[in-house]
Design a protein around this ligand. Structure first.
Ligand code: SF4
Length: 557
């Protein structure tokens, strides 16, 4: 079907309204404003826009979250006076080692986990506030507009096509059909978050990961709780190690008190585990069932649920972040410090440095890769480089087991990040998964306890609390390239791990009626965490954005 679509011309387009894009757009608006106030030449008139797939800014933003305010202070020095939702300073850091029934409180907090001068925040609230600052500075923000295709001409990126609306599940137009819009832009900035679908294509097309370590990921599963007063003082930060993951996977838990009654709790698990039946949501339930955690939450009320992947490969995994006409920022580029468990400040700073490079490009009227490579130079000269370089071999070392990882973490702290080998080689996480026949299983975790519906929940109940909603009658946004692999090979070899690693019960093997099972995809449940795109052992799942506005509602998270 030939589609007539609208074309929009702008100067700079950011994709995804997370902390990286919002900081980048706001910083660029500031740079242009101060240039125009002081220049003796003609002023710059620059249209800056951000498109966002969520129904509002913040709806798809999820993090723990503890904020190192360094980038925020550089971006908006008077953020306190401007009412930024950054009010709960960290008052005490704790590290717990959990056994199955007990907890040991560490007498010291390792320096990377010290949060002196940092704040416990809701990322959804922070990006909402940043969006208001950006709009005040003249940036246009368009929620419910996912970027679904990069527009490329002669080897350069020239814009982004937004998603269609009103297609039915077979891809046929409904009465409310609206084609996507072609937004042509001098520079496209990809700040789509972790494993962005456009970024994935850009990296593949331009081989931006050539010579780099593979990106490594973790999944974070999180809930927000209202608890009775007196459980945890406001400003308390607890990180946990040990149970329930033990030696089976890299990761640990977190508990952050946003007030005397509001608690953010979650479990982060490295997506490089070996057991195909490991289920991050289930591990999180086991975590909450631990007596030390259960007693914090008992009698409280679950408010929100969410899950999201984190890019944890660090310094050696960052792809070349520029091509002709485009830049990569934030989690899309892997700007996260897994040793400190922090990425928001790095995402913001990467957006700001991209803005400085774009500003120079605008002054020169040159949007070539050579000109935009100035972004990489700015990164190298900034504290982003200094910070990430010190943690450059952290997550990779855990590929050789928990004990080796911990020893290497200590050596890295003593050697400025060098560790026992530099660079520490690593492999894509999905290649670490073993086949069922290679795993010696004593018992399945599900034999341990049943969820009680008070502190522990099944996946569907948690999905309800994510407030996820999608238009039901639309093409499936989880594209499985070969369903025969699911039913014929994966069932036998791996036991269909998508049923386990998806934290939203999207993938189910159901009776096909001929004695065999087939894959049912409950796409409406999807909370956009990207685990399936990352962890599928055959790499045949492509996550693409659904119709604009669909997905979770995490503004409070
Ligand atoms: Fe995450 Fe994929 Fe499940 Fe969606 S379908 S919730 S992206 S694992």
């Amino acid at each position: 079907m030939a589609v007539e679509r609208e074309t929009l011309e702008i100067d700079v387009l950011f994709v995804g309204a997370g902390p990286a894009s919002l900081s980048g757009a706001l910083h660029l608006a500031h740079l242009i404003d101060s240039h125009n106030k002081t220049t003796t030449q003609s002023p710059l008139h620059v249209d800056i826009a951000i498109i966002e797939k969520g129904k509002e800014v913040g709806a798809h933003s999820l993090s723990g979250a503890i904020l190192d305010p360094r980038a925020l202070t550089e971006l908006v020095p008077d953020w306190r006076e401007r009412g930024a939702p950054v009010q709960v300073d960290v008052k005490r850091d704790r590290l717990w080692w959990l056994t199955k029934k007990h907890r040991l409180v560490s007498p010291i907090t390792p320096p990377p986990l010290s949060n002196d001068g940092h704040y416990i925040i809701s990322l959804g609230q922070l990006v909402k506030w940043l969006a208001a600052q950006a709009e005040e500075a003249g940036v246009d923000i368009f929620p419910e507009f996912p970027g679904v295709e990069l527009l490329c001409e002669n080897g350069r990126v020239v814009g982004v096509r937004t998603g269609e609306r009103g297609l039915d599940r077979h891809g046929q137009p409904k009465p409310n059909y609206e084609p996507g819009v072609d937004i042509r832009s001098k520079v496209v900035v990809l700040g789509e978050g972790v494993r962005g679908s456009l970024t994935k294509r850009l990296i593949e097309t331009f081989h931006l990961d050539r010579g780099k370590n593979p990106q490594l990921y973790s999944i974070g599963v999180k809930e927000l709780w209202e608890v009775p007063p007196g459980r945890l003082p406001s400003g308390t930060v607890i990180h946990t190690m040990g149970y329930p993951l033990g030696h089976r996977a890299f990761g640990g838990g977190f508990i952050y008190a946003l007030s005397d009654t509001l608690v953010s709790i979650g479990l982060v698990i490295g997506l490089s585990y070996q057991d195909p039946l490991l289920d991050p949501h289930w591990e999180f339930q086991r975590f909450k069932a631990h007596p030390a955690i259960y007693s914090l939450l008992e009698g409280g009320q679950l408010i929100r649920y969410g899950a999201k992947c984190l890019p944890e490969g660090g310094y050696y995994s960052i792809p070349r972040p520029y091509v002709d006409g485009a830049l990569i920022i934030g989690d899309s580029g892997g700007f996260l410090n897994s040793m400190r468990l922090k990425g928001i400040h790095l995402a913001m700073k990467s957006g700001m440095l991209a803005a400085e490079a774009i500003f120079q490009a605008l002054l020169k009227g040159d949007y070539s890769a050579q000109q935009l490579s100035y972004y990489e130079k700015l990164l190298r000269e900034s504290w982003v480089e200094t910070e990430l370089y010190k943690a450059r071999n952290f997550h990779q070392s855990f590929e050789r087991g928990f004990v080796f990882g911990m020893i290497n973490a200590v050596v890295q702290m003593l050697t400025g990040g060098r560790g026992l080998k530099d660079p520490m080689p690593s492999h894509p996480g999905h290649t670490m998964m073993k086949k069922l026949s290679e795993i010696r299983r004593v018992e399945t975790p599900s034999q341990e306890f049943v969820v009680d519906g008070r502190v522990t929940f099944d996946k569907l109940t948690d999905v309800y609390y994510s407030r996820t909603a999608h238009e039901e009658n639309q093409p499936c946004h989880l594209r499985v390239r070969d369903l025969n692999i699911c039913t014929e090979r994966c069932t036998i070899e791996y036991g269909n791990p998508c049923q386990h690693f998806c934290p939203a019960n999207v993938y189910e093997m159901v009776e096909a009626g001929d004695g065999r099972k087939s894959l049912q995809i409950n796409a409406s449940n999807c909370v956009h965490c990207k685990t399936c795109d990352i962890m599928d052992p055959y790499q045949i799942i492509d996550w693409v954005p659904p119709e604009g506005g669909g997905g979770p509602d995490w503004v409070r998270m």
